[in-house]
Design a protein around this ligand. Structure first.
Ligand code: FES
Length: 116
């Protein structure tokens, strides 16, 4: 099992092989997923602050989609593509873009995590 801390929101205990998006969904952390997790939208953009070595390597497809994201930094990953490969702790910050996308996908939560 691995522990995923979604800064400011929740913590998840998940089995190896789980994606960060799946981990977020399991604990109700507001991570967007407009394309349904098929590496086509960048709304699941997160920053990895610890435990990056416990994740699958970034592939070209993910890198290409990340180019479309806002405020990309060195620890940026797509939550739907980054899967956990080992036991340990991973600390994740959900990007502003992703939180906004989550609220757009869940109108009943609009403004809950972002001020508009
Ligand atoms: S959910 Fe669309 S790229 Fe991850």
């Amino acid at each position: 099992m691995a522990r995923v801390i979604f800064r400011g929101f929740a913590e998840a205990e998940v089995p190896v092989g789980t994606s960060l998006l799946e981990a977020a969904q399991g604990v109700g952390a507001p991570e967007g997923y407009a394309c349904g997790g098929v590496c086509a939208c960048s709304t699941c953009h997160v920053y990895i602050h610890a435990g990056a070595s416990l994740l699958t390597e970034m592939e070209d497809e993910e890198n290409d989609i990340l180019d479309k994201a806002f405020d990309v930094r060195s620890p940026s990953r797509l939550g739907c593509q980054a899967k956990i490969t080992g036991e340990g702790t991973i600390e994740v910050e959900i990007s502003r873009e992703s939180i906004e996308a989550f609220e757009n996908e869940h109108p009943e939560m609009r403004g809950k995590y972002t001020k508009r």
